[in-house]
Design a protein around this ligand. Sequence first.
Ligand code: PLP
Length: 416
Amino acid sequence: MESVTAIQEKPLPSESAQRKTKMEVYLDHNATTPLDPEVLEEMMPYLTSMYGNASSLYLLGRKSRAAITKAREQVAALIGAGEDEVFFTSGGTESCNQAIKGIAYLKETGHIVTSQIEHHAVMHTCQRLEREGFRVTYLPVDRQGRVNPEDVRAAIADSTILIAVMHGNNEIGTLQPVAEIGLIAKERNIPFFSDTVQSVGKVEVNVHKLNVDMLSLSAHKLHGPKGIGALYIRKGLEIRPLLEGGSQERKMRPGTENVASIVGLGKAADLARTHFDENREHMLRLRSRLMPMTETIPAFRLNGHLTETLPGTLNFCARFVDGLTLVMNLSMKGISISTGSACSSGSLSPSFVLKACGLGDEAAHSSVRLSLGRENTEEQMDYVMEEMVDAIEKLRLITAPEDIGACGENCPCFFE
Ligand SMILES: Cc1ncc(COP(=O)(O)O)c(C=O)c1O
């Protein structure tokens, strides 16, 4: 007969089935990242005692000016640009608007080539220009979300004034063949802008290697503050400023400089550059830790490209699971992820990015995005995987047929 102590040492079935204690896991770094404490420390003096206007000639002003100069050098170093090619803006959205409208309003008329999966900062800007009389070609992407450079070449007309194709996609992580597209643009002498808001600091972004004439970046995707970003403009490229006012940012972006935020962006860029390899390896390790999900969960398919991708972005479709319900279920477990769906005018429309990749409405609604960050740990990934498998299993008890089917070459999520 078993002794009483032996029985007590055995966990009750309900206890052994119990999961680890709830963890808080933030996996929405493509939406925004937590501020790095080192960035905050660098910014603090400029939010308190060092309040001088950078245009003032006395010491307090000159200190602010020096801080801006240093930040400009730090951003330039991250992207391989000259300091005089970096212009501070209020963030990624303004940088995209400035780049595209800056060319369009200078030329006054013409044709723009872009893709169907750009961030709204680019897409809505192009749609606005279309309403103003410009012609825009929105290039399709393949199932992995890649633009074919030959499609860019074929779309170019004599009237083409700009090519705008993003680097890393915010929803699916797919990286576009930007360097190749840049070469085509160069051959035809057409300015080329790439929205690199998601890729800067995560994969190599060097303005010369990418053959870009303009690129956008944003501090809050880099563990810096919100509301500050930069636009790289290749020296010699003329564009029209959107704002009139003072002569700040060499008249490209007038307005008293947001010194503290600029300093924060500079520090964030510096940290991204100096810790680049280690951050990238960490991200790849975390990503591979989640990969067993693809085997464990039936009818589960990764969206986007397997190798040409941002290392920390994982977008997947779990058939017969509503993405929003999955997000809410995981939120109750302390896990923050997002859906690919954008809420527009009160109704949930399926992600236009996933639809452009060929997914049907149902599959797009069954997709979610995990975007990892440098503060995430392997332990967190194990917790997320366990909770994810559990949540999907439970939701499918209600929604899935007995024969759930499989994903593969002829995955029913796609429609031709
Ligand atoms: C690809 C891309 N471009 C532009 C932006 C806009 O940047 P910001 O939030 O700094 O305006 C974002 C933000 O999500 C983005 O992901």
